[in-house]
Structure formats: C-alpha cells, structure tokens
Design a protein around this ligand. Sequence first.
Ligand code: PMP
Length: 365
Amino acid sequence: GWRTVINFGIPGKLPYAVLLEAQQNVMDYKGLGYSIIQLSHRSSEFTRIINITESLLRELLMIPENYKVLFLQGGGTGQFSAVPLNIIDLKESRCADYIVTGLWSAKAAIEAAKYGDVNLVHPRLDTYTKIHDPSDWDLNSDASYVFYCANETIDGVEFNFIPDTKGTVLVCDMSSSLLSKPVDISKFGIVFASAQNNIGCAGVTVVIVRDDLLGFALKECPSVFDYKIQVNSNSQYNTPPCFSIYIMSLVLEWIKNSGGIEVMEELCVAKAKMIYDTIDQSDGFYVCPVEVNCRSKRNIQFRINNDEKESLTKIFLEEASKIGLIFLKGYGSVGGIRTSLSNAVTKQEVQVLVEFMKEFMKLNG
Ligand code: PMP
C-alpha cells in the first residue's frame, strides 16, 4: 500500500489527514453530490474556501494588514516573470538586483533580463554551495527591487538571515521554505511560493504583495499576472486553481491543528539535524558540499564521497527504494542524493532514512 513508502521528493509529502479528507470530497463534496474538483469558482462554497485559505495563511504567518494575498496559476516560474512585469518600473532606471545563490534564483534573473537590466549582486559562484557575506555584495541603490530565493531547493542552500537592502524593495521566492518557519513579512515587498514543495499540490502559487506596490505593471503585463487586476477580483480574474486552493486550505488547517508555524520549525530543524549529523559523523563516506552556515533545513543535498561516476549512488537509491524510501535522487545537473523534508515528513520517517544511511555505509564504506 502507498502508506508503506516514505516520500522524500518534490512535490512534497502531504499529511495523511489531508489526503483522506480530500479523497472523500473528491467523490462527494460535503454530501452535496458533486466532486470538489467540479466546484464552480463562482459558487458561495468556493468563496468560503478561498476566504478561509487566505485567513488561515494570514493568521499562521501574521501577515500585516497592508499586504494582499493572491492565489495564482503559473507556478514559481510564472512569478519569475510576474515580478519584473509588475514592479521593474517602480524606478525610472528599470533595473533590478538579483542575489544569485542557486539554480532557481539564476533562472529568475534570466527571466527578469527580458524586461529590464539585471544586476548580479552576489559574487559569481562556480558551485552553489555558499552564501557570501553581504559585505561582498554589490547592491545598486537605483534598483527597483532586490530579488533572492530564501531556500534553493535544488542546491540545498538556505538563507539564515533576511538581506538588508538599505531601503530598496525586497522580493523573495519562498517556494520551498514558506510555512517551514516563522517569517517577518513586513520586511518584504513581495513574497511568492508555488505550493507543491510544502504547502499543497501543484497548480497554485501564493503571492503576498505590499499594497503600495500595486499599479506599476508594464502595459505588456498579462492580465492574469497583473497583481492589481487580480487583487481587484479576489484572485478570480480568470478561473482560479480551485482544487489546489482547497488542498492548501486543508494543509493550513493541519498546520494550525498541529500547533502552528513554530512547531513546524522545531520539527524541520530536528529532522534536518538528524540527517546532517549522520553525514558529518560518517568519517567522510557521505559529504554535504554546502557550507555549514547556509545548509538548507528543507532540502538536504549530499553525495557519497569519491563516487564520481555515481555508481554507488545508484545502488544507494535502488536499495533505498526497495525499502520504501523514495524520490531521493538529486536534481539532474547536480546529481547526488537529496532529501526534501516537507512539513508532513515525520521524525520517525527520517529515522528510517538515517538507519538506512548508516547500514549502507557499513556495507560499502
Ligand atoms: N523556485 C523554487 C525555490 C522552487 O523550488 C521551484 C520548484 N520546485 C520553483 C521556483 C519553480 O516552481 P514551478 O515549478 O511551480 O514553476
């Protein structure tokens, strides 16, 4: 049965209670005779769902009043375009600062360069394994905004601080870290996150935008990506991803019932520590290429030492999946092993992985 596997991949594991409730409502939504998937976005039921989703998110993240919350399509990748399309014109310079510390922020910078001048703030990296001290950054005071990615999902690199932009609007891709720890939203102009890593299923992207940034969209900006248009229509300028929003509402409820964001953070820190400790105590059998101060607590990237052709890594992945530890393969160009620890992954499940890692090391070390 599916419950015997442990999902360390992306999209991330969802809580069992969420899936169970969704399953029932897919067949018959609240006894109304139709599927939740067929619920009209113009119905009062859907209005209730989207409003609950927003208020739970506001409550859990303590989002200030002067921020709008949107539920859009297009994924994190869509937001790589939407951000410049909405705010590159904030200042006449039409330029933006990008702090590139991994493959996702690199992609965001390439996309933004279609709409304005992009300044790469962070020293160029050969491998995405560190975050330079901000004193090495080259911020441009003329930039309309500064962009960074809080947690680089592929590279396993995470910021443990919020960059100080000296007053320039700060934009953050939190696709893989939102809801894994408390965050002071008031430090940001725009925060966005596609849902499938940690807050639901693919199809919906959360955008949290400070209200004074609305109304600067380029005339070429597609209406579905125009924050002001979407704010004015409560994220329903076009058909919203209703089912994905519904799933998110269940995940948010689950987080609230589990004790809230602080509890998620504690869990996240404890789970990550279990794996990093195993790596660091393996006498060099496993190595994490990421510098200690920016190791991700959400996506742990590691490899088997001296396994250049990844033949032993391949066996590791095969043996792991035989006992139900699945989706541990690192991203294509990066290789190695990656464990994504969504909120729903339990400590007991991580313990199974840790024991497997130790056993594998004993047999192959
Ligand atoms: N940013 C980050 C940090 C991500 O992890 C991802 C996808 N996992 C994206 C952007 C792209 O999101 P999407 O695939 O929804 O476009």
